[in-house]
Design a binder for this molecule. Structure first.
Ligand code: CIR
Length: 256
């Protein structure tokens, strides 16, 4: 059960953020209305929003999920792999300070983008990516173990198609794991019920279960039907402008 969500509206220079997607230039006004609709959806799921002001110093700062791993026990601040994103963490530290008495952090030489961290009940999958290195993953794994959580590493560096582990998997409930085709055969996921997402719908793997609803990107009918058939309640949201910046749906909020 989540109660809160931290969100940060896109800054005017949102389009100057990092991206490898070749989907064109994002339209700020469309991004703002998609962001507003996303916020309304979070509220409809019963979450109280903690809205942060746009941060012009950090064009990628709307992707708040990457800055911290929040568990039922503690908060671990990330150390983003992209230098241009490191400064985003300070604002999040301040925001979560009043909610989490103990805050830990990933330290150099470790790097970790929390978009590489997928919570699956009491287990966490940690992606080793071009943003998250072994040192960062190892530190996180030790902090999680101290709180009684297990974790395992999933190396995604060979997959050119995804930025973060959570671009390709999402844990829902009851051992159900949404997974992109390229990751479906991985040994790491063999104990789960896999909800396989066809290649043409891969972007929709990044969905998130919030208090009974599954927020997912709009325009991916096969996954939407599959989720509905499994008694999940999909709530599709337009994400086109965030996708242009390599952003998934989950990375627009930090839920706890
Ligand atoms: C970046 O490259 O860091 C941002 N433009 C997108 C980050 C998206 N984060 C995520 O999917 N967890």
């Amino acid at each position: 059960m989540f109660r809160h969500a931290i969100v940060r509206r896109p800054a005017d220079n949102f389009a100057d953020g990092l991206t490898s997607a070749q989907l064109g230039h994002p339209d700020l006004s469309v991004a703002l209305s998609q962001h507003a609709a996303y916020c309304r959806a979070l509220e409809a799921c019963g979450l109280e929003l903690i809205p942060l002001p746009a941060d012009i110093q950090h064009p990628d700062s709307t992707f708040v999920e990457d800055t911290a791993v929040l568990t039922t026990q503690s908060a671990i601040l990330a150390r983003p792999g992209a230098v241009s994103r490191r400064g985003e963490v300070a604002g999040i530290r301040e925001t979560i300070g009043c909610f989490f008495p103990s805050i830990r952090e990933i330290a150099a030489p470790g790097t970790l983008d929390a978009g590489d961290v997928c919570e699956a009940g009491s287990h966490f999958f940690i992606g080793i990516s071009h943003r998250t290195n072994q040192a960062g993953a190892g530190q996180l794994s030790r902090w999680l173990a101290a709180d009684g959580f297990t974790s395992s590493l999933v190396d995604i560096r060979g997959l050119g198609s995804i930025l973060h582990l959570k671009s390709g998997i999402a844990y829902l409930d009851n051992n159900d794991l949404v997974v992109m085709e390229e990751l479906a055969g991985r040994e790491e996921f063999s104990g789960y019920h896999l909800i396989r997402v066809p290649a043409e719908e891969s972007y929709a793997c990044n969905c998130v279960l919030i208090n009974g609803r599954v927020l997912m990107p709009a325009g991916f009918p096969r996954l939407e039907e599959d989720l509905a058939r499994r008694q999940y309640e999909p709530l599709p949201l337009e994400m086109s402008e965030f996708r242009k910046m390599d952003g998934g749906l989950s990375c627009l909020s930090l839920r706890f």
